[in-house]
Ligand binder design. Structure first.
Ligand code: HEM
Length: 294
């Protein structure tokens, strides 16, 4: 039995940090991976921190080839959609996502990680996130309604027993900046047409437009994923950290293509009010695999 990293399913935390690292010297990749995998969380009952550790798929394959999912690749090329819309590729070598009940513990752990990795890796991207009105993203809509319950989410997110990488997960991390003034200028009824759900209570619209976000990412068409999106940013500059786990990379990549208008020519209306700033895939190995790189 392979054990997934528990942070994937650790709901209910309000403070988050996403640290993306670039390895400085490829010859030191084993030491780099061992240092990240050796992170020890504070084990207090009320003040603990959750971790999710992921590696660039190509790097992970070099580290532990027998535990690398077949065909998994980084976000190495931008996605060029219709009408000049594009999603950038900003792949890095590793991700550490920390979450906790308060930002001080997350901050202290993040700081010590960066210190431990000094000389081995550069901190390439850092985003801190916080929950907004319980389960809303900064569009004001409830985010995650169509997620499976925690009983079923492992089947959506984890590679099955018996395959290379079992107990691991494919993670897409994408930072989306919101065009706040354009979004807030829309009446609520129009915002609902963009998302495909009602704003107050997240009821799916009966006749949702084909370019609505929910229609463009329909899990009945692309397969189930498990989302842990979080708001990020300041009053003047904010958006959504898209954090999506899947058992198969193609579910995520097909959703992105669909949002970009490459599946049926209909670009996701949400992409007219939000802009992807980053895009990277990470393989989040099982706990047993992580132990092997230590
Ligand atoms: C600015 C970025 C994004 C925002 C604010 C956002 C927000 C939302 C909201 C409010 C919903 C409806 C409620 C729910 O079921 O959760 C939703 C649904 C969904 N989103 Fe997103 N989302 C974003 C990006 C993405 C991306 C990049 C993907 C895929 C790669 C994605 C995949 C999905 C899926 C699969 C659903 C459920 C669709 C279904 O009903 O089957 N989202 N999103």
């Amino acid at each position: 039995m392979d054990t997934p990293q528990s942070g994937i399913f650790a709901l209910g935390t309000s403070s988050h940090a996403y640290l993306e690292f670039d390895l400085l010297d490829d010859g030191k990749r084993a030491q780099f991976a061992a240092t990240i995998a050796a992170i020890r969380e504070p084990r207090t009952t009320t003040g603990g921190v959750n971790f999710v550790i992921g590696f660039r798929p190509e790097l992970w394959r070099k580290l532990l080839p027998d535990a690398a999912p077949e065909g998994l690749a980084g976000f190495n090329e931008p996605i060029r959609g219709t009408e000049g819309f594009a999603m950038p590729a900003t792949q890095h070598d590793a991700l550490v996502w920390l979450s906790g009940s308060a930002y001080d513990v997350v901050f202290d752990m993040a700081k010590s990680m960066v210190r431990d990795l000094a000389g081995l890796a550069a901190l390439a991207q850092e985003t801190s996130s916080w929950s907004y009105r319980h389960d809303r993203d900064l569009t004001g809509f409830i985010d995650g309604s169509e997620n499976s319950t925690l009983m079923d989410a492992p089947a959506d997110a984890l590679l099955a027993e018996g395959v290379a990488g079992a107990g691991g997960s494919v993670l897409l991390l994408q930072k989306w900046k919101h065009d706040v003034s354009a979004w807030e200028a829309l009446p609520v009824e129009q915002q609902e047409q963009v998302i495909g759900r009602t704003k107050a209570d997240s009821v799916e619209l009966q006749n949702k437009p084909e370019d609505s976000h929910v229609a463009r990412t329909d899990q009945d068409a692309f397969g189930k994923i498990f989302r842990r999106n979080m708001p990020y940013g300041t009053v003047g500059d904010h958006g959504t950290m898209f954090v999506g786990f899947s058992t198969e990379q193609s579910r995520l990549s097909k959703m992105l293509e669909s949002m970009a208008g490459l599946v049926n020519g209909k670009r996701d209306a949400l992409t007219r009010y939000t802009e992807p700033l980053t895009g990277a895939y990470y393989f989040v190995p099982s706990v047993e695999s992580l132990r092997r790189v230590r």
